[in-house]
Write a protein that binds this ligand. Structure first.
Ligand code: ARG
Length: 450
């Protein structure tokens, strides 16, 4: 089969320049030096085809960057070797886990980040983390181009491209999977075979999976039917709640200024805390999410996630904030948490709004220091205890027993003023003949002219 390469706007100018350059070089007018491209490489078929395509169609020298963000893998050195076999001039395997945990996940926890109140943003968090390394690599190698292997239908392209553009707007971004002509898997396999790209020998999984320290996202296959229950075998981080232990498991988590620092009194790095919590919550069957979500590109998609640590840590963090944050700060924070999650979902990690909200979040976290006790039991997780030196919980105000210092009599004056506006309104309606019962309150009052 013959493939021609129509280019989208992003690639077009650069491609024409390369063609002219190549033609002149062939005529001996200039000495040909190739430009470089940094490619976010995973080792899968798509990004392996990208390595080849960037060489064949774009005449670029490819430097592959493999990011270790805590995904399941059977050896990233193998992935590197494959990149080099595909003709990449270099391949960097970067362990991004500590950076990802310390500088990305801590902020997500501070913001109790849940897109549409359900999804803890695992993929949306990793793309800006990886983008940071891509831009660094572009600077190290003097590359003008950065490429990713995302499709045109997802959110990840937006996250990569926005992040790269915000970190270095002079770089040109290439998206081969969006630009190349083959659309179907068989066409891609055919192109791969024709160009010496190693095609996986094992039967391709029907699912598209993206994973990192903060969990796994599972899409496609049977899951595209929102009525179909997720098959049991899609899960790797969580046991089926039915098979979880019959005894509850208690875990104490210490926070310092909103950051988890210890599990059961044992101080650990953020990365290790997340990894341990994945283990603990996962073995108790906690952390599964089955949802339909709204993508930035306008479509709804059915997504299944496993995020044991993310959900447990955010729950614990909220439990501590309930104790430590002043009421109005907590209420304002709830609104900003939504904005934060949407900004990050939309690929605005390095954008000004998200950064401004981070400053608010950081301010609020100064007093979020203390300990939360979680109880895991057969697919559930609950906060069963919380304590902090910054606790605003005042037992003598809260108690209904001995030692109550709350001024009950003052409540009457409070109600007198607090209810004044509403009583004034109600009296006026009564004067107009409207009954203030639950039905008339909902109906506009029509004054009978007769
Ligand atoms: N829907 C989720 C998000 O947009 C997960 C995306 C997973 N990415 C993937 N390439 N499979 O963040």
């Amino acid at each position: 089969m013959h493939f021609s390469y129509p280019y989208t706007q992003v690639a077009h100018n650069s491609y024409s320049k390369i063609c002219i350059y190549a033609a002149n070089a062939a005529k001996g007018l200039i000495v040909m030096t190739k430009e470089k491209v940094i490619l976010a490489y995973s080792g899968g078929l798509d990004t392996s085809c990208c390595i080849k395509w960037l060489q064949v169609a774009m005449n670029l020298d490819v430097i592959a960057v493999v990011g270790e963000v805590g995904q399941e893998h059977d050896g990233l050195e193998k992935v590197k070797a494959k990149a080099l076999r595909m003709g990449a001039i270099d391949c960097i395997v970067a362990d991004m886990r500590d950076d990802f945990a310390d500088n990305f996940l801590t902020k997500a926890i501070a913001a109790n980040a849940m897109y549409e109140n359900k999804y803890p943003l695992l993929s949306a968090l990793s793309r800006p983390a990886i983008a940071k390394y891509l831009v660094q690599a572009a600077h190290t190698y003097g590359a003008k181009y950065v490429a990713h292997g995302c499709t045109g239908k997802g959110n990840d392209q937006v996250r990569f491209e926005n992040s790269i553009a915000m970190l270095d707007p002079t770089l040109t971004i290439l998206a081969p999977v969006r630009d190349w002509e083959f659309n179907t898997r068989p066409q891609e396999m055919e192109w791969a075979a024709a160009h010496g790209v190693e095609v996986p020998t094992t039967k391709a999984s029907p699912y598209s999976i993206d994973d990192n320290l903060f969990g796994r996202a599972i899409e496609c296959g049977i899951l595209e039917d929102p009525w179909a229950e997720p098959p049991a075998d899609i899960y790797t981080m969580t046991v089926d709640p039915q098979d979880a232990p019959d005894a509850p498991e208690y875990v104490d988590i210490d926070f310092e200024q909103g950051v988890p620092v210890a599990i059961n009194g044992k101080k650990m790095s953020m990365k290790d805390i997340v990894m341990d919590m994945n283990e603990i919550a996962g073995r108790n069957g906690y952390g599964r999410i089955d949802m339909v979500e709204n993508r930035l590109v306008g479509l709804k998609s059915r997504e299944v996630y496993e995020c044991p640590a993310a959900l447990a840590l955010i729950m614990a963090h909220k439990g501590l904030e309930d104790l430590c944050l002043e009421r109005e700060v907590l209420h304002a924070k709830l609104d900003l948490e939504q904005k934060w999650a949407v900004s990050v979902y939309y690929g605005e990690w390095f954008g000004p709004l998200k950064q401004a909200i981070d400053a608010f979040m950081a301010n609020t976290q100064q007093c979020v220091t203390g300990t939360v006790k979680l109880k895991f039991y057969k697919g559930n997780c609950t906060v069963v205890g919380r304590k902090s030196e910054y606790s605003l919980y005042n037992p003598s105000l809260a108690t209904y027993s001995e030692g109550d210092t709350f001024n009950h009599k003052a409540a009457a004056g409070f109600l007198e003023i607090n209810g004044l506006s509403a009583r004034n309104w109600a009296a006026n309606r009564a004067k107009m003949g409207a009954l203030n019962d639950s039905t008339s309150v909902c109906q506009p009052h029509i004054i009978d002219e007769d």
